[in-house]
Design a protein around this ligand. Structure first.
Ligand SMILES: [Zn+2]
Length: 132
């Protein structure tokens, strides 16, 4: 536990499900059991790699995969449009990756289709007949 620790979250390490303090959660994202040596300023893929090396990569795998996808999304989006994606567009892209459907409003259901190779996802918009 670092001297600046203010809060300890029980069972909230996203990797092992153990306790994690607020500083570690904010800066590294995994607890001291998972990554004993503080390694600040690491990208999520670096952290996943460090966990993989020590055979401790568990729940963090999906976080690293999402972040990897988001980096590709930002790159493709910026290259295609000349603009960086808005926060809402990033939220949608994240949902696409996680294959979540979501409702824009009561009448429109958006179904997201992601190709296996993580190429650019397509979006299927259908009218939600139950709410028409
Ligand atoms: Zn942990």
């Amino acid at each position: 536990m670092g001297e600046n620790t203010r809060i300890i979250f029980e069972e909230l390490c996203p990797n092992c499900g153990g306790s994690i303090d607020d500083i570690k959660l904010k800066t590294i994202g995994v607890c001291g059991e998972c990554l004993p040596t503080p390694a600040y300023n690491l990208s999520s893929s670096n952290i996943a790699e460090a966990l993989r090396r020590t055979k401790k990569l568990r729940g963090y795998r999906i976080i690293a995969e999402v972040e990897e996808f988001m980096e590709k999304f930002r790159e493709i989006f910026t290259k295609s449009t000349g603009f960086k994606p808005w926060a809402l567009q990033e939220v949608w892209a994240r949902r696409v990756f996680l294959k979540e459907n979501f409702t824009l409003n009561r009448k429109i259901l958006v179904t997201l289709v992601v190709p296996q190779d993580y190429s650019f996802p397509s979006i299927l918009v259908v009218l939600n007949s139950s709410n028409l």
